[in-house]
Design a protein around this ligand. Structure first.
Ligand code: IMP
Length: 479
């Protein structure tokens, strides 16, 4: 693995946060992995649960982590599952077992004793209420919302409760009344949870005190964000959002420290296109409503789309392999129909959910929303996936939402009813045909792309610090 010169970027920083500035899936996993492998002593995650999914490569094999922080594959790194997370303990045990099969020891983790536990009835409730096919917001179906609801109502089950049978029985029995439509067999659930809890016991800690020790001892700490700012329960497009605060602030409090203690926050954004999974407004979506319903009908995952469009593929251990520059994909990219362009970008960038396999909706990068995210997560940006945009025509960045009476001064609003009516205005820049995958110098990027990046920096009051030009760790520009 090539050693990147992170020092010029990070300087003397001891606490670095990597969070997403859009609707998740911006590729922050690659950067967490870079920092975990080459810089961090501690990797700490503070929000969400198994709804997240980031792909890591272990001994040349692709693996998706949902709960474990990325640093788990590096023995020297301490990995914290923080107090703000919601943990499905059975899934965590399974994830640890599978990582161990790949030769990773997985004993370098610490699990917060006060993180909340996702219960089987949370998962069932979430699937009943929130699946997109039944008219819900299209959650990942991991019980995240119901679990956080119980937490906020002060009746959640914490990791520490798993070691107190009386407390556990009392809390699950009380839950029976709240979920009358779900069959809850208290004894069975207690048995399942305690079997998992036994496996996890060696790793359960007061992680808040541990974190304070790491900070005092000037350890190099990476805060690993989950989901994205626009999905935050505090600041995102509620109700089409997740149930945690995935801003840098929520991430910090989710591991027991102040956001003020963070020396450098890097906000990740896809550029010059972006994505969203599940329902909810997406002003710049290629093909608008038509694309949203195409992506939500449950029959357009990667394999289904490739089959439908006659694009050859093979199945391997690492998933589905196909030619991302196949002539049919290029045809979509060249199409004048925005819906087709969206499909082309999805296939060229393999934009399908790592957790659910759902097709991601695609659209141009929205600078109005990015500026809003910068106001919360700060001015330092990482841009990802510009290489995917090759051959996709002009770069167009949303700079205004139209309809003045709805959008004063064209600022972002998380109000979904207003956002649904946005009619974006765009700044245009020349597209590019050159292969830029693997470019490591900023000057090696096509002129139109550079102009659009500099325009975005000026618009959002931000500074681009890194640009990813491909999936491999060394395919990075440090700007
Ligand atoms: P939940 O987090 O499973 O409750 O899902 C709530 C919303 O957040 C849905 O629109 C999901 O598609 C979205 N979401 C949750 N986690 C992720 C993620 O890791 N990437 C992208 N979208 C996500």
């Amino acid at each position: 693995m090539m050693k990147m010169n992170l020092d010029t970027l990070v300087g003397n920083a001891r606490i670095v946060a990597i969070v997403c500035n859009q609707w998740g899936d911006t590729g922050k996993g690659k950067f967490s992995d870079l920092f975990a492998s080459q810089w961090a002593d501690v990797v700490a995650r503070g929000t969400g649960g198994a709804n997240a999914g980031h792909t890591v490569v272990i001994n040349g094999k692709k693996r998706v982590f949902h709960l474990l922080p990325t640093g788990v594959v590096y023995d020297k790194t301490v990995n914290i599952l923080g107090n703000g997370m919601v943990i499905d303990v059975e899934k965590l045990v399974r994830e640890m077992e599978s990582v161990r099969k790949d030769g990773v020891r997985c004993d370098n983790i610490m699990i917060s004793d006060i993180a909340n536990v996702v219960m089987p009835y949370h998962v069932e409730q979430d699937r009943r209420e929130n699946s997109q096919s039944s008219g819900g917001i299209g959650t990942t179906g991991n019980g995240i919302g119901p679990c956080y609801s119980d937490k906020i109502a002060r009746r959640g089950i914490m990791i520490r409760d798993l070691y107190d049978t009386d407390e556990l029985v009392r809390k699950i029995s009380a839950a029976k009344q709240r979920y009358p439509q779900i069959r809850i067999n208290v004894d069975k659930i207690v048995d399942l949870l305690q079997a998992a809890a036994k496996e996890l016991k060696p790793y359960v800690r007061d992680t808040v005190t541990e974190m304070h020790g790491f900070v005092r001892n000037r350890k190099r700490i990476l805060l690993e964000g989950a989901q994205g700012l626009l999905l935050s329960i505090e600041l995102g497009t509620v109700p089409f959002a997740t149930s945690s605060d995935c801003s840098v602030n929520g991430t910090a409090s989710g591991v027991g420290i102040s956001a003020q203690a963070i020396d450098l926050t890097l906000g990740v954004a896809k550029f010059p296109y972006m994505t969203r999974v599940g329902a909810g407004p997406f002003p710049t979506e290629f093909g608008g409503r038509q694309s949203e319903s195409w992506c939500s009908n449950g029959t357009h995952n990667l394999e289904q789309e490739l089959t439908l469009f006659g694009i050859p593929f093979e199945k391997s251990e690492d998933g589905i392999v196909y030619d991302r520059r196949h002539k049919k994909i290029l045809k979509f990219l060249h199409s004048r129909d925005p819906c087709d362009l969206g499909i082309g970008i999805r296939l060229a960038g393999e934009e399908y959910g790592a957790t659910t396999g759902r097709p991601r909706r695609t659209g141009f990068t929205d600078l109005v929303a990015l500026k809003y995210a910068v106001g919360i997560n700060g001015p330092n940006l990482i841009l990802t996936k510009p290489d995917v945009f090759r051959s996709a025509g002009k770069i167009r960045l949303a700079t205004a939402y139209g309809k003045r009476e709805l959008f004063s001064q064209n600022t972002f609003t998380p109000d979904c009813r207003k956002l649904q009516d946005a009619r974006p205005a765009y700044a245009e820049f020349p597209g590019f045909e050159e292969e830029i995958s693997g470019v490591t110098e900023y000057s090696g990027l096509p002129r139109g792309l550079r102009e659009s990046i500099e325009y975005a920096e000026a618009y959002a009051g931000a500074r681009v610090r890194m640009i990813s030009t491909g999936p491999e760790q060394e395919q990075i520009i440090i700007k």
